[in-house]
Design a protein around this ligand. Structure first.
Ligand code: ATP
Ligand code: MG
Length: 391
């Protein structure tokens, strides 16, 4: 049997002149993501992408189908069987390809679309005839036109006919890379991986920066972050992690700054480091996992002062979300279990007892000046190391 993956592209179909570039990006992403399963031919026609295996193991197309479910820019997908454009071939293919599903369910319905008007039967005729043939073979089945357990779909198109069962909902969003590139601040926590996932869904290619403070943070803490990056690669493709040694900066803050300003100054220094690395990696925005009011550094006052440290837009896709909602997504994208591993983050080193909830910019700037913050930032960024994600 000749299996083929049919993909419906979503929002990108609406983008007028950009459409061609968006579709090219999606096809490149698919090609890259499927490479490990075999060689595939991808063709685009009538806002559908057709993926066919040209070389690989027998189950390669099934594995490719699973992988396509995570690729942004795809609205629905179905695994179909391709056959010749004559009714006998369609009938045989439907009974063979969907035989197992048909014997499992109790109700079904046939839907047919005929875009090739030269085909001698019209859509209602295909539906009625195939429905009848299925009932003849599977006596336990009933037709339910409103809520069928299995929707048998026949599409008669230009080059061939296709038979498939349910359409599966795809990951939606826009193809990664179609919206440019951004630098995410990736901690080992629950929130930042979710934030990265959400922005990748809007078409951003990602890179990540992580701050560590050895020996106050451990090797395992860094590995955990690289593992989180590995989990995200399933959705966002290759993700490089830039690890910044932050111990010197943090010790200096501890020794020279007013305690209630520790957190805000640390966060501003993180932002400035992230901007420098973002610039070098051609990332036009930053992404953080902040959620309004979640902790002292995420009050509106603190965010205002933190924001001023960045020379580019800071995307905070979780800003209006509750922890419960964030955790739901973290579970869905399978980062949650890794995020809750109990390793320390540099943010939890030297945390003040009473962080200022409404820091004054003047006071913060004065403290940074006294500290010589720029020198620490420059040094930290100079010593950044690049890592690949751990899969
Ligand atoms: P998360 O669950 O993402 O760690 P959080 O609720 O612990 O977030 P904070 O510690 O205030 O909140 O961090 C806010 C954001 O700052 C994080 O979502 C992340 O984007 C960034 N951040 C915090 N610590 C680090 C770090 N060590 N390296 C890189 N980015 C960090
Ligand atoms: Mg954290």
């Amino acid at each position: 049997m000749n299996k083929i993956i049919l993909l419906k592209v979503g929002e990108i179909a609406l983008k007028g002149l950009n459409r061609a570039t968006f579709e090219a990006q999606l096809m490149a992403n698919i090609r890259r993501r499927l490479r490990k399963f075999g060689t595939f031919e991808i063709r685009s026609a009538q806002s559908t992408l057709y993926i066919r295996l040209t070389e690989g193991d027998e189950d390669a197309i099934d594995r490719a189908f699973e992988a396509c479910k995570d690729i942004f820019g795809i609205v629905t997908l179905s695994l179909a069987a391709e056959c010749e454009k004559n009714y006998e071939s369609i009938r045989a293919t439907a009974l063979d390809f969907l035989g197992e599903r048909l014997s499992e369910v109790e109700t079904f319905k046939v839907d047919a679309k005929r875009s090739d008007k030269r085909f001698p039967m019209n859509s209602p005729e295909i539906m009625a005839t195939l429905g009848g043939d299925i009932l003849e073979k599977y006596h336990h089945l009933r037709v339910n036109v409103h809520e069928p357990e299995l929707l048998v779909t026949v599409e008669v198109r230009d080059f061939a006919a296709y038979v498939h069962g349910e359409r599966v909902r795809g990951a939606g969003g826009m193809p990664v890379g179609s919206a440019g590139k951004a630098m995410m601040l990736l901690s080992g926590g629950i929130d930042s991986p979710v934030a990265g996932y959400m922005m990748a869904k809007r078409g951003l290619e990602l890179a990540a920066v992580h701050f560590e403070s050895p020996p106050y943070t451990s090797e395992q803490a860094r590995e955990k972050v690289l593992m989180l990056a590995g989990k995200l690669e399933r959705f966002c493709g290759r993700l490089r992690v830039y690890v910044v040694p932050f111990t010197e900066a943090q010790l200096a803050i501890r020794d020279k700054c007013p305690e209630e300003l520790f957190t805000i100054i640390m966060r501003r220094m993180m932002m400035k480091c992230a901007c420098l690395i973002a610039e070098a990696q051609e990332c036009k925005a930053l992404i953080t996992g902040e959620s309004l009011g979640q902790v002292a550094s995420q009050t509106l006052g603190a965010i205002c002062v933190t924001d001023l440290a960045s020379d580019r837009p800071v995307f905070r896709p979780l800003i209006g979300m509750d922890k419960v909602e964030i955790i739901r997504i973290a579970r869905k994208i399978e980062t949650f279990e890794t995020s809750i591993l109990p390793y320390e983050d540099c943010c939890t080193v030297f945390t003040p007892k009473h962080p200022r909830l409404r820091p004054h910019l003047d006071e913060v700037l004065a403290a940074e000046e006294a500290l010589g913050a720029d020198q620490y930032i420059a040094e930290a960024v100079q010593n950044v190391r690049e890592y690949g994600a751990i899969i």
